[in-house]
Structure formats: C-alpha cells, structure tokens
Ligand binder design. Structure first.
Ligand SMILES: Cc1cc2nc3c(=O)[nH]c(=O)nc-3n(C[C@H](O)[C@H](O)[C@H](O)COP(=O)(O)O)c2cc1C
Ligand SMILES: [Mn+2]
Length: 489
C-alpha cells in the first residue's frame, strides 16, 4: 500500500507514537535540544511534531524514525513477527530464487521465480501530476528562509537541511541516484551540497565538465521508506528508488520537475530544484555530526535553487545528529538487519552481525561465524574492509557462531578472555569515512581486527588445551525451571 508522508504521520499518531508540541519552539537550537533529549530515552522516545516553529508556518517532524517500532512502520513491516528481519528474509528468498538451479528448463525456472517476476512492479513509474507541485515558487518567490531549517548545535556554520533526499543522474551510466546529504543554507537561493567523496552523489558530480550544470532535486517526505532508502548503502548500479519499490512491492510514482528533466517522488511534501556546477566550491560546515563531534569545515559544491515546489500545508522532516544514540541509530539498525543477507553473498560464513549505536555506523562491527580453516577470522575482517560502505569499519571483532554479537556483555567477555593481544590483533590501513577525525590523514587511517574466537587445535596451532565453557546439563536446567516456585525465590 502506497503511503505518503502525512498518512505515515497519522499512522504514527494512531499508534501512540507521535507527540504534538503546540507551543512556539525555535528551530535555532531549541528543537534540536528537545529532539536530542527525547531520542536518547530508552527505546528512542516518540516522534515529535513541532506545530508552531518560531516565526514560520511549516510544521517540523522530528524523530519519526527514532525507534524500532517506527522504523518498522516506515518500512511497512510492523505487523511481521520478525519485524525488520522480515525484509532480510525476503531478500534472502530473492537471492535463492536468482541462483541458477541445475536440471531445470527455462520455463520451469520462470515458474519457480515468483519474486523475480515481480521486479517490473518495483520500478519507479512516471505520472503526470503530483501533489508535490500544488504550489510552485520561482524567481524572487524562492526563499529558503521560509522553510523551518534547524540549526542544531551552537557552533554549526549555519542552518542545515538534514532530511532532504538528493536526486542526481550519472551521466555515463544513466543511473539515477537518491542519497541523503546535509545541505547548509547559505542564503535564500543557495545551499551547500555535502556529497562525501565515497558516495554515489559525489561520483555523479565528477562526470560533469568545467562549466556544465548538473541538475539536482531535493525531495522531502513521500513514502516514509524513501528517507531510509536514501541512506541505505546500495551499490551505484542498484537504484534507491527501485529498492523503495521493492520494500513496498509497488513502484514509486515519479513526476517531472518544473525547472529541469529530473523526476521526484510525486507525493513528496516539498521539492527544492536547482543545479550544481561541480567546480564551484564553497566552505561548508562546521556541523555537529553523528560522530558525536563537530565535523570540520571543508569545501563542497554549491547548489543554486531554481524552483521550490510543495503540497498545500506541507510538513518539514528534520533530524538531529550528534552523540549516539539518536534517531539515526535506528536507520543504522535497519541497515544492519536488511543488509545481512547481501553481505552473506560475499561472506556466507557470517551468522550474524552487530553495528553498535555507540560506534556510529561503522566504527565497530561485530560478526559471528563458524571457523573452518586457519586464518578464517582474518579473512572475514579483510573482506569487510573491502566491501561497500562497511569498508569504513575501523574495528572488526569476530566471535564464534554460538555467541550473540548483540549481547555486548558476552562480546566483552569473549574479547577479554579469549584474546591473546600479541596473537589475535590484526592491524592494517584503509579508507575511513570522510567524517572521521581520529586519523591524521583525510579519509585514510588505521584499522583493527580482533579475533575473539576460541582457538581450537586444528586451525589455530594452539599448543595447549582450550578449556570448556561452563554449562549446566539441559535436563537439570529444565528440572529447576519446573520447580522454580518450590524454592520460594
Ligand atoms: C542523518 C544522515 C545524514 C547524512 N549526511 C550525509 C552527508 O551530508 N553527506 C554524505 O555524503 N552522506 C551523508 N549521509 C550518508 C549517506 O546518506 C549514505 O552513505 C548513503 O548511502 C549515500 O548514498 P549514495 O552512495 O547513493 O550517494 C548521511 C546519513 C544520515 C543517516
Ligand atoms: Mn546510490
């Protein structure tokens, strides 16, 4: 079922997941500080609708994705027993179907591929009209200062748009890309276009020449799954829009922009259209970031606004990033769950993985696996450092397959007890996230792998005997369970 953003808002409210704040609240620092406090509550607090932003008329929605329940609602799996893992299950099934099966003829294969047959339905569909163009502003009517753009931290370089979905086109491949990048408001008609080095958004702008204009459209809202998809670490050839269509089993409806030929989700709340001349750079930042620090100011392209379109009575989505955990921890959690089967295509030995919120998206990755040969843990570390955006991981911890990587007490127990630091630490170098501040060099630095597995004899050349785990017999535990009340405890 297709849902626009305001239908999602109503769903949140009906589920008791939304708080309306009627009093006037300042988008300058005050909204951010409130959302920071609410999103750090255990479980992520509620979504917040600021109905009365100081001096402005468009309400602001924050923390809409900031809990497991709301993330599941945004992705349409809140009624599934396995929640976000239900999406991983669907992807796993799709991968299974796509694998060639020996002994089947072409038509047998097609008949056995019910999911692949659906692919066409997931493609974006062009429509002629969209609610996002009920109001069209051009020329002198374009005033970014009319949008309730937040300044979230006191030393930020200015106000920043945080939940805008930037649409660009790769000139060489014709692939369209939708990514979530922050946009600093420089004045009423210009924005900073913070497309980081490693992301498709940056790759796309590099295809444009000296004086060429690269069209860009920034959409807000639409199907609530779009915002997640814009953050998902998809490879360049996999369209975020198609992924959004896959998640809801129905293609996203797209409408052509009013000032150029790019298309945007037709039921967006607001759309900012414009262009970037990729060689025109301007100092952007600093910005209180999801590293928990101010990320340093740097030069980024300028986005010139040519038109703003919106629906009547739009809602403006925003987030605050800062010291974890905050709303984006749940976007990261969705990625951890959804991308596990895709990572398993490269690393089938991985049983489970955990990207703890405290480690941002990639400072710490814990994986569990069944070791099958000498160097297996190290092979997995190296593969992670060579795969997609998980390559940014600074520290990779490997535990045995029977260890739950989400149980941090258990993980710390295994790290501290199983690891001989001289033997089990692997140091190497590689690309780091642009936002990382710990390394002397930009986007490059050290990596640490920790092999916290048991060191069994055949693989690990372990000379002594490895001791057994402490466990009570099953039947004893069962007997105690049935007799528990007799003990009067
Ligand atoms: C709240 C939030 C803010 C983000 N801000 C930026 C940003 O300013 N620049 C950037 O390049 N990536 C940013 N990201 C990460 C990208 O959205 C993410 O890496 C995405 O997969 C990039 O997509 P792409 O490779 O298609 O460009 C942000 C993510 C989140 C959750
Ligand atoms: Mn992409």
């Amino acid at each position: 079922m297709a849902r626009d953003f305001q239908t999602f808002l109503k769903q949140l409210e009906a589920a008791g997941e939304l708080k309306r704040i009627a009093v006037e609240v300042d988008p300058f620092l005050e909204m951010g500080a409130i959302a920071d406090r609410v999103s750090k509550a255990p479980g992520g607090g509620k979504a917040l609708l600021f109905e009365n932003p100081k001096g402005l008329s468009i309400p602001v929605l924050m923390n809409a994705y900031g809990s497991y329940q709301r993330m599941a609602m945004a992705l349409g799996v809140e009624k599934q027993a396995r929640g976000l893992d239900a999406i991983a299950d669907r992807i796993e099934k799709l991968i299974q179907e796509a694998m060639p099966k020996p002994g089947l003829g072409f038509f047998d294969k097609l008949a056995k591929l019910p999911m692949l047959a659906e692919v066409g339905n997931w493609m974006p569909k062009t429509v002629r009209k969209g609610i996002c163009q009920e109001i069209v502003l051009r020329g002198d009517d374009i005033k970014l200062s009319k949008l309730p753009v937040l300044t979230t931290w006191p030393e930020d370089g200015g106000p920043f748009i945080t939940f805008g979905l930037s649409h660009t086109l790769n000139k060489d491949t014709g692939h369209r890309n939708m990514g979530l990048y922050r946009l600093q408001v420089f004045d009423d008609r210009t924005l900073g276009f913070h497309t980081q080095l490693h992301h498709d958004g940056a790759r796309n702008r590099h295809g444009y020449g000296e004086d060429e204009k690269m069209p860009v459209a920034v959409s807000f809202g639409g199907d609530p799954n779009l915002t997640y998809c814009a953050t998902a670490p998809l490879p360049p050839f996999l369209s975020e829009l198609m992924f959004a269509g896959f998640l809801r089993s129905e293609g996203i409806e797209m409408v052509k922009c009013v000032s150029h030929d790019l298309e945007v989700p037709a039921d967006s709340e607001i759309v900012i259209e414009g262009y970037v001349n990729p060689r025109e750079l301007r100092r952007e930042g600093p910005f209180g970031d999801h590293t928990g620090y101010y990320s340093l100011a740097d030069d980024y392209p300028v986005l010139h606004v040519e038109a703003i379109t919106m629906r009547k009575n739009p809602v403006f989505p925003a987030t605050i990033v800062g010291r974890p955990p905050q709303e984006d921890a749940y976007l990261g959690l969705a990625t951890e769950r959804i991308f596990l089967p895709l990572l398993r295509m490269v690393l089938p030995e991985i049983r489970d993985m955990h990207l703890p919120a405290a480690g941002g998206f990639h400072n710490l990755v814990i994986v569990s696996l069944k070791k099958e040969y000498p160097g297996h843990a190290q092979k997995v570390m190296n593969a992670i450092w060579g795969t997609g955006q998980i390559m940014f991981s600074k520290c990779v911890v490997v535990v045995d397959e029977d260890i739950d990587p989400h149980d941090m007490n258990e993980v710390l127990f295994r790290i501290t007890s199983n690891v001989d630091p001289r033997r089990d630490l692997l140091f190497t170098d590689g690309p780091l996230d642009v936002l990382d501040h710990s390394s002397d060099r930009f986007a490059f630095g050290g990596k640490l792998g920790i092999d916290a597995t048991r060191k069994n004899k055949p693989f690990d050349n372990f000379k002594r005997e490895w001791p057994k785990d402490l466990v009570f017999p099953e039947d004893l535990l069962a007997r105690i369970e049935t007799r528990w009340k007799d003990y009067g405890l």
